[in-house]
Design a protein. Sequence first.
Length: 190
Amino acid sequence: MSDIIVFLRRFFTQPDLIGSVIPSSRFLTKRMMEQVPWETSRVIVELGPGTGVFTKDILKRKRLDASFFVIEKDQQFQTMLQSRFPGLVVCDEARNLLHYLREMNLPKVDVIISSLPFAVFPEEIRASILDQVVESLAPGGKFITYQYSLQLKKELESRFDEINLGFTPFNIPPAFVYTCQNNKDSNRAK
């Protein structure tokens, strides 16, 4: 219940950063996690983890030798994440994804799981983050995100060779799940 209260407060005080009034449902979590090739994923990044609903599942499922870090801009959520998951590396700006990879001496990313509310971002910020995502993914790497509308579909189609679209009605609000990948090392960002 405390996560719902935190989300509500953050939503009403920072509506341009928080995309929902409550954390993701277990149904959405299951749908998102089903898209991850856990056995072969050595570098995993989560964008916008909020209170850590997906983070908890990722930490349970990832390979022991996999590198994993999260990027969360909201200071209150950062504090919650560090308290709930001691030792978790928490960075603060999705537009610096490539910088963080270089700083941590990590190769390209196998999977990026995102809860970022792209629909509320200005076009320039949305494009900058998506460019970082495309450039940071390994060939065949996956970008998995959910949105509450199909608004992002064309922008993703301009950047990825393959997009699979799913839907989870058992979430508030119901969510579209995008699983995107480029089949070769190509930067299709425009």
